[in-house]
Design a protein around this ligand. Structure first.
Ligand code: BES
Ligand code: ZN
Ligand code: ZN
Length: 505
């Protein structure tokens, strides 16, 4: 984790290797910039001009001072122009990402940062500090433990001093503390996702859940394959049938003492590798399928945060974990599976396996916890990734209050969602002539992301429920600075955390 320090001294008193400041477009000639120029680099403004830098969004100049002993580099990062009298906080997140990545590229280990006023983004100081902690740590994340050449590894811990007014100190301390907790969990989820599938089997992921439960004092139940079968979870057992690895069903429980507190259930898809099964994927589509447990990772990491930030709601995290592989034991197209709630489904395509394992987990959550709201999160369909690309997760549901809460949390957290139409017109798509429902949608209705959602709806009963499809947003997201380098994004952790924290507001 990045060691942040707070300083009330001026930027010029810093002992750090670099200085960073943020400027609005065409507002470069601030007192701060002019003072910096005077102190370190008289031709600073001319240099910016030459670089055509005027504070545009996404642009940065890294100015070498020529002084190798003290401040080596000055970073000036553009925030663009105000719109509706403010700058979108996401622009600031990306500006921070740009800074951290540049520090790593230039091998600069420390930085004194002039923090913009919270009111520029129309947010509180505590929230601003929290976002700084989250994003700097997310940007500093690298998955390079398997690279033996040490020179190719990155310093994950640049040291950052935030220069703020003394009156801001308390708010900033609190924000950073909270942000650190969230960032740690996001990066932990990313690490699990980035691990090769041979190292992160269902058993291994269940072990990680056990470790979290122990470290943060959460309740936990772990069911192995034989128990899964005995309980009647034919979806999870059916998907796992082709694999030598035991499947697992993990339930993490955070319970508050308050009587009558509401209960939230978060359900995450945990396919540790999706080959497609007998409906085998083509190689190109299989390449990144270690990402197919991103929903489960998000749920587990969220539980770790919940255990620390202690919202006044019960939160249950449920994760069905399995591999999806072909073999002579594997479930075949044409097979019919029976789920925990008694419904049956015809399996026409073994690559539509996520909904099969989620069906059991959703049914289990409804039966055992009667949640006031339930949200599942899954790398469920290529169709969703095609529809929305890598920048928005798909959101589906028929409970407007819950949808609104999720949209609000998407705004505060930065994990953006886009609601897809979820009208009953699509329901007919998952009909089957030989079982209750079919695991792939009717070709005429298309809309694969939505029809997958309607498959899941059969398992939620009357519970207010929403579905998040993160197939496009979980892995290798381009063009967002704090995800640069590719790999897992940890999408969903920030979102689910904010949903739980904001639940009672
Ligand atoms: N895990 C995939 C979906 C996916 C695709 C996740 C791309 C991340 C990136 C899922 O299990 C799958 O294969 N879905 C099929 C469903 C189809 C057979 C109805 C798909 O989307 O093609
Ligand atoms: Zn699949
Ligand atoms: Zn899958």
């Amino acid at each position: 984790m990045i060691p942040f320090s707070l300083s009330e001294k001026s930027l010029f008193d810093t002992k750090k290797q670099s200085i960073a400041l943020f400027v609005e477009h065409e507002n470069l000639e601030t007192k701060e910039v002019k003072d910096l120029a005077k102190e370190y680099f008289p031709a600073l403004l001319a240099y910016c001009k030459q670089q055509e830098f005027a504070g545009q969004v996404g642009k940065m100049v890294a100015i070498p001072t020529g002084d190798e002993k003290m401040v080596k580099t000055i970073f000036i990062i553009g925030l663009g122009k105000k719109e509706n009298n403010k700058i979108d906080i996401e622009i600031f997140r990306r500006a921070l990402g740009t800074l951290i990545k540049a520090m790593q590229r230039l091998k600069i280990d420390s930085c004194a940062m002039s923090v913009p006023e919270a009111k520029l983004f129309n947010v509180t100081k505590e929230y601003l500090a929290q976002q700084i902690a989250i994003i700097c740590n997310m940007a500093a994340y690298h998955f390079d433990e398997y690279i033996t050449d040490k020179s190719r590894r990155v310093n994950q811990k640049p040291d950052i001093e935030l220069c703020i007014k003394s009156a801001y100190k308390k708010d900033f301390q609190e924000g950073i503390e909270k942000g650190d907790i969230i960032a740690k969990a996001v990066n932990r989820a990313r690490h699990w996702i980035d691990l090769p599938p041979v190292a992160l089997t269902p058993t291994e992921l269940a072990n990680k859940a056990e470790a979290i439960a122990k470290e943060f004092d959460l309740g936990i139940k772990v069911f192995g394959e034989s128990e899964v079968k005995k309980m009647g979870m034919g979806g999870l057992a059916g998907v796992s049938a082709g694999s030598e690895q035991d499947c697992k069903f993990v339930v993490l429980e955070y319970k508050v003492k308050t009587k009558n507190a509401p209960t939230l259930a978060f359900v995450g898809k945990g396919i540790t590798f999706d080959s497609g099964g007998l409906s085998l994927k083509p190689p190109r589509y299989m390449e990144t399928m270690k990402e197919d447990m991103s929903g489960a990772a998000a749920v587990m990491a969220t539980m770790q945060v919940i255990a620390q930030l202690k919202p006044k709601v019960n939160v249950i995290g449920l994760t069905p974990l399995s591999e999806n592989l072909p073999s002579d034991k594997a479930t075949k197209p044409g097979d019919i599976l029976k789920f925990y709630n008694g419904l049956t489904a015809e399996v026409k395509n073994t690559d539509a396996e996520g909904r099969l394992i989620l069906a059991d987990a959703l049914s289990y959550a409804v039966k055992h916890y009667k949640p006031d709201a339930m949200i599942d999160i899954a790398t469920l369909t290529g169709a969703c990734a095609h529809a929305l690309g890598p920048f928005f997760s798909g959101l589906m549901g028929q409970h407007p209050d819950l949808i609104e809460k999720i949209k609000k949390a998407a705004e505060t957290s930065g994990d953006r969602v886009w609601e897809l139409p979820f009208s009953n017109d699509y329901k007919a798509a998952v009909k089957s002539t030989v079982a209750d429902i079919c695991n792939i949608g009717n070709e005429k209705i298309m809309a694969g992301a939505i029809t997958a959602g309607f498959f899941l709806q059969h398992f939620v009963g009357e519970t207010p429920w929403a579905h998040l499809d993160i197939a496009g947003t979980a892995f290798d997201v381009p063009d967002i600075s704090y995800y640069a380098g590719g790999g897992a994004t940890g999408v969903g952790v920030r979102l689910l955390v904010d949903i739980a924290l904001q639940w009672q507001q």
